[in-house]
Ligand binder design. Structure first.
Ligand code: ADP
Ligand code: MG
Length: 686
């Protein structure tokens, strides 16, 4: 028999037929290597298992024993009761399930199982609806090494037994073939166990301490390969010849001197960083971070004008139509005196309009603002030299790649107002170029933020708004937490609620309503009206979250503010206080009925005005699983590395990567690099 290799498909593994091949694939496992790197979901530590004679009522326990009987009956109330009685030589305990048809078939006399749950007493000790795990005697001996037993993620049709048996087999067959490319010196310096030891102890740990060390090694490797990949790619990009823009642009200069304000030093700094990249001959991949309202758009426009001066198209891609429209509007204001053409391309356009744009962009070169609609196949953009992606976390890696492919190695600038916590940015962006605008334009007054905890008091808030409008002409947003009408929250629909508010408080004011389900033209009319003098109050959903800019709007009320995440609240707040006047951000949420996490969010918003600070708070409040799991930052899914718990590892990994590159040892890792993760899984800012 030809012996197995790490990158063989698992279909060649003993005991894996075509059916199991499919099932295992659902766990993301296709190759032998992936199987070996599949982390158990949790572990059962047999040293934590209690003899049945020692259990007490009310205690949470895990017990282990043989099934001595399985029986079902109907209760007087016609509930199905299934009892599984377990014996461990010291005593008996019953696992009881209510109305679970499957239980009777699942267990049979003689099975060896674990059950966990809270102990109860009813004609004997029992655990109701326990968690359970199987372990056969044979298996138990097979893996006799372990007091700690791995519990794998499963999918219907796969059992723990199969998983453990297969891993055990693979470890035996293959462990010797796995080399450790990490130099001994690096391992020693960071106290890392050899990879063989790490893999075998990941599955069948000899002790808790070895399990911890194994996980640490695997986390280190995971981050190490990501960092190495980024470092190598960067080196390659820098050696590639892309296009070099001439950055002496009359258009750009004219634009900047026509602005009614001076750029802040921070804007100047990032602009020159971007220009340097544009001028250099390798394709730019730069992330521009800056808080809401810090003036990223102006910088973006300036850079697109440089591309235009060089005879290239620029694309400015935004995540929503309303935001694309907003950018388009701003661009048309700013560029009215310059002779650069600009177009809008979004999904909701009528076909003739769209056709006209598609034809014009073949003839002239300028700025194309749009949404995902830009990605469509028939959108052909000749001479696409510059790509700007706004609010990058809302786009997937593939979408970014797709827009770039419409050009030939275009320079790419990715903008975000939702920064990754500073401490963690390095772990994923690695050496990637990041520019940060870290100051606000002068004259900005941080909004006063308030949390109204007693919802009865909302009427005072609304009466006050009415007065502010009557006396000072201040406009207000009222945000309701309905994402879409299809949302099945027990909230009245936005229109009902808006009518209600109008009726109660704003009868003599002009009230507009804006929500995601409206047609684009209608949204535009409403936004224009609010920017102009048609409306005093805008009742809206989070469609206004990003980018909308109305200087007279100095008040924002957020109803049920507990339903929003920190990033959203911060983005919302960024919509006000843009006109140099004092502004007010008022969150309404009953302190009685909301979770502690929600309370902490509202407190954090009240206390902090910096997006950077809030993103750190967000990470801590939500924990990395949820924070990164949502992919809001385009983070890869780490399986071993925990960006929060292991953050001290980041510096060590960077250091290790540097050693490898300095010594020219990267070739040792290339094979693994190709195999361990697909490129597309890596964070990819450009
Ligand atoms: P961002 O996109 O970062 O949220 P914008 O570019 O929309 O911020 O800028 C917010 C507002 O501040 C806009 O009205 C813009 O015209 C204005 N602005 C930008 N830069 C400056 C500056 N240097 N001085 C004064 N106002 C500025
Ligand atoms: Mg913006």
């Amino acid at each position: 028999m030809v012996s197995l290799c790490l990158d063989d498909s698992i279909q060649w593994v003993k005991g894996v037929g075509p059916l199991r091949l499919k099932l295992v694939a659902r766990l993301g496992v296709l190759t032998v290597r992936e199987f070996l790197y599949l982390p158990p979901r949790r572990y059962l530590d047999r040293s934590d298992i209690k003899p049945i004679s020692d259990v007490n009522v009310g205690e949470e326990v895990t017990v282990e024993g043989d099934v001595i009987s399985v029986s079902s009956r109907r209760s007087r109330k016609n509930k199905l009761l299934t009892d599984v009685v377990l014996y461990d030589r010291t005593g008996m305990i019953t696992g009881r399930w209510f109305n679970q048809e499957w239980v009777k078939k699942r267990f049979k006399k003689g099975d060896h199982i674990f059950i966990s749950g809270t102990v109860d007493y009813f004609q004997g000790f029992q655990i109701v609806n326990p968690d359970y795990e199987f372990l056969t005697k044979e298996e138990s001996e097979l893996i006799h090494t372990g007091r700690i037993i791995p519990i794998y993620p499963l999918t219907k049709g796969l059992g723990q037994r199969f998983m453990r048996r297969t891993i055990n087999y693979l470890l035996k067959e293959l462990l010797d073939k796995i080399d450790d490319p990490l130099p001994f010196e690096v391992r020693k310096r960071h106290d890392l166990v050899p990879i063989k030891l790490a893999l075998s102890n990941l599955h069948f740990p000899l002790s808790k301490d070895l399990l911890r060390k194994s996980k640490k090694r695997l986390a280190f490797d995971e981050l190490f390969y990501l960092q190495l990949f980024l470092a190598l790619r960067r080196r390659k990009l820098k050696s590639e010849a892309g296009f070099s823009f001439n950055i002496q642009s009359g258009l750009e200069n004219k634009f900047i001197s026509s602005l009614p304000f001076k750029l802040t030093p921070s804007q100047e700094k990032v602009l020159s960083e971007i220009k340097r990249d544009m001028n250099s001959s390798y394709p730019m991949n730069r992330l521009l971070q800056g808080d809401v309202g810090s003036g990223k758009t102006v910088v973006a426009i300036a850079t697109m004008l440089i591309a235009a001066s060089n005879g290239f198209h620029s694309v400015f891609m935004a995540p929503t139509e309303i935001l694309a429209y907003q950018h388009f509007f701003v661009i048309s204001e700013f560029l009215s005196s310059l002779s650069v053409p600009y177009w809008l391309l979004v999904g909701g356009m009528n076909p003739e309009e769209r056709e006209k744009v598609l034809i014009e962009i073949q003839e002239k070169r300028g700025i194309i603002v749009g949404t995902h609609a830009l990605l469509e196949e028939d959108v052909n953009i000749p001479d696409l030299g510059f790509v700007i992606i706004d609010e990058q976390h809302r786009f997937g890696v593939t979408q970014r790649a797709e827009i770039q492919k419409k050009g030939n190695e275009p320079d790419t600038l990715v903008m975000t107002a939702t920064p990754i916590p500073r401490t963690l940015a390095l772990s994923v962006y690695g050496e990637l170029d990041v520019s940060t605008i870290d100051e606000m334009p002068p004259g900005r007054i941080t909004p006063v933020s308030r949390w109204v905890k007693n919802t009865e008091k909302r009427k005072y808030v609304y009466e006050w708004i009415r007065e502010k409008n009557k006396k000072e002409g201040v406009k207000a947003y009222i945000v309701l937490p309905l994402i879409e009408e299809s949302e099945t929250l027990d909230l009245r629909s936005i229109e009902e609620e808006a009518d209600n508010l109008k009726e109660k408080y704003f009868r003599d004011l002009k009230v507009g309503i804006l929500h995601g389900k409206m047609k684009r033209e209608d949204k535009e009319i409403i936004m224009k009206g609010f920017r102009g003098s048609d409306f005093d109050i805008l009742i809206t959903t989070t469609v206004i979250e990003v980018g909308v800019d109305v200087p007279e709007a100095n008040i924002m009320v957020v109803e049920n503010a507990d339903r929003f995440g920190l990033a959203t609240l911060h983005q919302l707040r960024g919509r006000i206080g843009r006109g140099g006047e004092r502004s007010y951000f008022i969150m309404i949420a009953s302190s009685q009925d909301i979770t502690d996490k929600a309370k902490n969010r509202l407190k954090a918003i009240k206390k902090n005005s910096s997006g950077f600070k809030l993103s750190e708070v967000d990470l801590y409040l939500r924990g990395p699983g949820e924070f990164f799991g949502t992919r809001q930052h385009g983070f890869p899914d780490f399986r071993f590395f925990d960006p929060l718990k292991d953050r001290r590892m980041i510096g060590r990994v960077r250091n290790a990567v540097k050693i490898i590159l300095d010594r020219g040892l990267e070739d040792r890792f290339r094979e693994n690099l190709k195999k361990i993760r697909k490129d597309s899984e890596f964070i990819d800012v450009g």
